[in-house]
Structure formats: C-alpha cells, structure tokens
Design a protein around this ligand. Structure first.
Ligand SMILES: Cc1cc2nc3c(=O)[nH]c(=O)nc-3n(C[C@H](O)[C@H](O)[C@H](O)COP(=O)(O)OP(=O)(O)OC[C@H]3O[C@@H](n4cnc5c(N)ncnc54)[C@H](O)[C@@H]3O)c2cc1C
Length: 390
C-alpha cells in the first residue's frame, strides 16, 4: 500500500493552500460577521474566485470546462478551502457537488449543457432541496408533491435548511410523483430555475455557525415546470438523493477536517507565544497534549476521508459505509478539536476577534448536516449486521 500523494496531488495541495491563504482566509472573519445581503454578494464572489483556480470544475467533465479529477484530489483541494473558510467550502460544495454531481450523473445532455458550464465557471449557483420542515433524517417522509397536468409537472410543498437557497439560480427539488409506490419509491427530482412562477426562497436563517453560507427555505406553490425539468427518470429521485449524499458525506467530512486542522494550527501557534507563569504555555503538558490529540484526530480523519474517496472512485461496494465512517469521525474530531483550540486560547478563544471562536461555532454542523451522527451510526450498524450475519 502506498500512502504517497502523486506529484499532481502535491501541486494541488500547494496551489490551493497558497491561493486560499491569500484570497479566501483573510476575508473569512468579515464574511462570518456580515449582514445577510452582504453575505450573499461575498459568498458568490468567493465561489467565483474558487472557479478561477478550477475548484468546482474538478468534479466535472472536460466538455463542460472541468478537469474531472479523482475524488481524493478534490478532497485535497477541499481541505485547503475548508481551512481557509468553512462557509465558502459549504456553499461552493452545495453548488458544484450537491447540485452539480446529480446533474452530471443523471442529467440529460441538454440539462448538462444548460447548467454545468455555469457551475464550473462559478457563474451559476445551485442548491439541493431535500429536507423539509417535517422530514430531515426521515427523508422518505417528505410531503412535497408533483402532479402531472398536461405536459407540465405542478409542484407544491416547502423545503427548509437549504444551503444557497436564497442565492441559487437553480434548485434540485425532490417531490413525490407517485405516493402509492410507498416511502421513497415514488420520488422524482426536478431542476427548478430561479424565477419560475410559484417558486420562491425565504430569508436566510440566523445560524450558530457557517454564517457566511446562506441557508433558507424554498417554497413551491402551484409551480409548473416542463417535462424537461425532470432529472433522469421519474421515480428515481430518492435513490439519486441517497447516492448524491454519499459524495456529500465525504465532502462534509472534509470541511470538518479543514476545521480540525486549522484549530490545531492556530492552537499550536498561540501556545508558542502565550506565556503563563514565566514560560510559553506549550511547555505545559496539559496544553501540548491537547495539540497532540488534535493532530491525531485530524490525521485519522484524513485517512478515513481518502479511504472513502478511493472507494467511491473505484466503485467499491463498501463506499457508502466508508463515507459514513469518515463523516462520523471527522465531524466529531472537528467539534472536539475546536473545543480544545478555544481552551488553549483561554479567554481570548471566547472572543470574536480570534478565529477559533468562529471555528467552534462552525464545527457543530458536521454532526448534523448530510445525515446526523446518529443516522450514520444506524447505517454503519446495519452494514455490520448484514456483513456478519451467520
Ligand atoms: C446549516 C445547514 C445546512 C443544510 N443544508 C441542507 C441542504 O443544502 N439541503 C438539504 O436538503 N438539507 C440541508 N440541511 C438539512 C440537514 O440535512 C438536516 O438538518 C439533517 O439531515 C437532520 O434532519 P432534521 O434537522 O430534520 O433532524 P431530525 O431528523 O428531526 O433529527 C432530530 C434528532 O433525532 C435524531 N434521529 C432522527 N431519526 C433517528 C433514528 N432513526 N435513530 C436515531 N436518532 C434519530 C437525529 O439524529 C437528531 O439528533 C442543512 C441543515 C443545516 C443545519
């Protein structure tokens, strides 16, 4: 087994680290603190900046302007983006990943032509509308419906907690087209463009963290879309959503890795400078062991992410469960590392001018978004029961 990154992957890491340190990280605190209207402009600008170095295009084919790289390379770049600004990672990933990947995998030639070049250039922003006010973990419990009337599908329902909802040019909407087929089975996904009559977004929520990434509701009220808005086949929406969430979980694990690593770096640097009782605090084992623990947690997270990404790229049947394992570990690593980093900073860590305060608030999302830690453990346990059935 070879753990070396390729020359290309090493260059990606170096280029993204340099770019993000200059173009993204210096503005992360201001993005977090900005009012909603300002956030909406700044985050679109960041998505566009990342397109300038080919970030969204890594997940897309050459003919749409992408570079079609393997998932490990994408996560190497993603770690650097997340270290610089978790909100930017989330919004960019919701657009090129949660929206862009299902369009790539299941879309018609016309849909790919319409949406993917804009996604790759960072000029078109997408979002993924699955969660509803009454159904999150229980995704098959959604109630949004789509009824065929003549040559149009008429959508009714509401989505909530949708990343990019208030800035998106197009949304992937999951709706029941045939409830009689049972939970999940009769769900179809539709691409709904901004400006379609009956389709509106709510105001962004006030959130604990990821404040630089707008999250809002979407409303569909007798919203009529043509047959060409169906993504792939009618009735295949639920499976499309679940397969997309496998990528989403590896992505969420990576944003958590970025948070954990940045916390370790910041705590390490601070502990060298801060003196107490006549010496730098990193000379106290209580502090240096916290930083060692952060390094261990981050390194394990990275290995699990690479393993899950490799499994996905190679079509390994374990890829779904490996994505869940990586997500549980990395998200819990992020909450633990961010808490340790605040502790190492003492009172300063509790102040908004220190980035660890933002990272601490951002970290918690990892245990909730793209399927909670509880749901990941349910999936891992089910897999174990299946595999070890006597
Ligand atoms: C900032 C943010 C961004 C988001 N972005 C998007 C997005 O872009 N698109 C989208 O579709 N969704 C998005 N979500 C929604 C997210 O995926 C859901 O919040 C998440 O799946 C949990 O669903 P819920 O909030 O309804 O919680 P619930 O499902 O109500 O869960 C509540 C609690 O019960 C537990 N629970 C539920 N069922 C079980 C079970 N069977 N066994 C054990 N425990 C259980 C959960 O783990 C959790 O602790 C986002 C959420 C946030 C906060």
């Amino acid at each position: 087994m070879n753990y070396d990154l390729t020359q290309e992957q090493l260059s990606i890491k170096e280029n993204f680290a340099k770019f993000c340190a200059k173009e993204i990280e210096p503005f992360a605190q201001a993005l977090d603190a900005a009012p909603h209207d300002e956030v909406e402009k700044l985050i679109r600008a960041n998505i566009k900046k990342l397109a300038g170095i080919g970030y969204p295009g890594m997940a897309h084919e050459d003919k749409y302007g992408g570079t079609d790289l393997d998932l490990i390379s994408q996560m190497i770049a993603g770690e650097e983006v997340a270290k610089a600004c978790a909100s930017t990672f989330l919004s960019s990933g919701a657009s090129s990943g949660l929206f862009g990947i299902p369009v790539r995998r299941f879309g018609s030639a016309a849909q790919k032509e319409k949406y993917l070049p804009g996604i790759v250039k960072g000029e078109l922003v997408g979002c993924f509308g699955l969660t509803e006010p009454g159904a999150g973990s229980d995704a098959a419990g959604i109630t949004t419906s789509a009824e065929k009337k003549g040559d149009r599908w008429v959508l009714n329902g509401a989505k909530t907690f949708i990343t990019n909802a208030s800035i998106a040019d197009a949304a992937l909407i999951f709706a029941y087209t045939d409830r009689a087929r049972g939970p999940g089975a009769g769900v179809t996904s539709f691409i709904v463009d901004k400006g379609t009559p009956g389709f509106t977004a709510g105001k962004p929520f006030e959130k604990m963290g990821f404040r630089g990434s707008p999250t809002a509701e979407l409303f569909l009220s007798d919203c009529a879309v043509p047959e060409s808005a169906v993504l792939g086949e009618v009735g295949k929406g639920f499976i499309q959503a679940m397969q997309t969430l496998e990528y989403g979980r590896i992505g969420m694990a990576t944003v958590c890795l970025g948070i954990a690593v940045r916390c370790m770096e910041l705590a390490n640097a601070y502990s060298k400078e801060r003196k107490a009782f006549g010496k730098p605090i990193n000379r106290y084992q209580e502090i240096s062991f916290k930083i060692a623990d952060m390094a261990i947690q981050s390194d394990v997270a990275r290995l699990l992410i690479y393993q899950a990404a490799w499994a996905k790229d190679t079509g390994n049947p374990e890829s779904a469960v490996l994505a869940s394992v990586a997500k549980v570990w990395a998200s819990e690593a992020a909450t633990q590392c961010s808490s340790l980093a605040v502790q190492v900073h003492g009172g300063y860590g509790y102040m908004k001018e220190f980035p660890v305060e933002r990272l601490y608030r951002d970290a918690k999302l990892g245990e909730i978004g793209e399927g909670t830690s509880e749901i990941q453990r349910v999936l891992i346990a089910k897999d174990l029961i299946r595999r070890y059935a006597s």
